[in-house]
Design a binder for this molecule. Structure first.
Ligand code: ATR
Length: 280
């Protein structure tokens, strides 16, 4: 009987319980995935102590605690260490091990939708944004051998910090957003990693896609709404579209694998999740 949790605040509207309930059914395991909100005025240390005491099998940890949890885990895997952030904890042999499934989850989702991306390691990739999500995706891209991954961000310094992760394995140019806008035609894959365009600011897009070329893959990690302005514009340019909700689904699948060791097909969940999101 797996006792799985979601820790964070505020999380009452999170889709994760819905996703993991489906996983539990599909994987045919006994278990529960429940919300454990830790309010800002509660003692984080005390709440975490309760989880240790309860010997929960694993949990996801989200905003605002992805960094705060680090001193409480016994070990970090390589991604979590490089990210400086944990979103998944598993209890194994009496120890808590912290993982970060965001970047790998994103790539799994992208490869699933566009398998040809796995053969695009020599192509030009552009990341828009340089926050936590960009960091995870950049790391996963360089780990998978992408040779050219540029980063455009409003604040150049944050992009430079991310570039340091590559240790020379990948070519990375740092661009201002205006430069990225002008040079969009040079890229085969453009990944929007910021929160710009998220509800209620659905009329915002991080850059204009005027110079985007036909057949480019345009990916947005925002999933509320599914049809962001960024993706609506990309569609008009006949780009190939990749919706944001699938990152959430695949990073959850990776967490579930870490907790249970169960691997199962989630192809048809994608559509179901779109419907679920529409109803929210
Ligand atoms: P997360 O961890 O979820 O990725 P974050 O760390 O707050 O979120 O990162 C937000 C990203 O969105 C950053 O790249 C940020 O740009 P800055 O580094 O310049 O702050 C970007 N961002 C947020 N709002 C923006 C806006 N209105 N215009 C341009 N970029 C924006």
């Amino acid at each position: 009987m797996y006792d799985l949790r979601l820790i964070g605040y505020p999380i009452s509207h999170s889709l994760s319980p819905w996703i993991h309930k489906q996983f539990i059914e599909r994987a045919k395991v006994e278990g529960s995935y429940t919300i454990h909100e830790i309010m800002p005025d509660e003692s984080f240390a005390e709440e975490i102590e309760k989880l240790k005491h309860a010997q929960v099998d694993g949990f996801n940890i989200t905003v605002p605690y992805k960094q705060k949890i680090i001193p409480y885990v016994d070990r970090l895997n390589v991604e979590a260490r490089s990210m400086g952030a944990v979103n998944t904890v598993v209890y194994r042999d009496g120890k808590w091990i912290g993982y970060n499934t965001d970047g790998r989850g994103y790539l799994r989702a992208l490869y699933h939708k566009y398998p040809e991306v796995q053969e695009m390691k020599d192509k030009q990739v552009l990341l828009l944004g340089a926050g936590g999500a960009a960091r995870g995706i950049y790391y996963a891209l360089i780990e998978d051998g992408f040779k050219q991954v540029d980063i455009a961000n409003r604040t150049i310094e944050s992009a430079t910090n991310i570039q340091a992760l590559s240790e020379g394995k990948t070519e990375t140019n740092i661009l201002h957003l205006e430069e990225a806008e002008e040079n969009l035609g040079a890229y085969d894959l453009v990944i929007q990693t910021t929160s710009v365009g998220m509800r209620p600011h659905t009329e915002q897009s991080i850059i204009s896609l005027h110079h985007l070329t036909e057949g480019t893959i345009a990916s947005d990690i925002v999933y509320q709404p599914l049809q962001t302005k960024f993706l609506r514009e990309a569609k008009k340019k006949n780009a190939k579209i990749h919706y944001g909700h699938s990152m959430l689904l695949y990073q959850a699948q990776y967490s579930f694998e870490i907790w249970t060791g169960k691997i199962f097909d989630i192809t048809h969940m994608d559509e179901k999740m779109k419907q679920e999101l529409k109803g929210r």
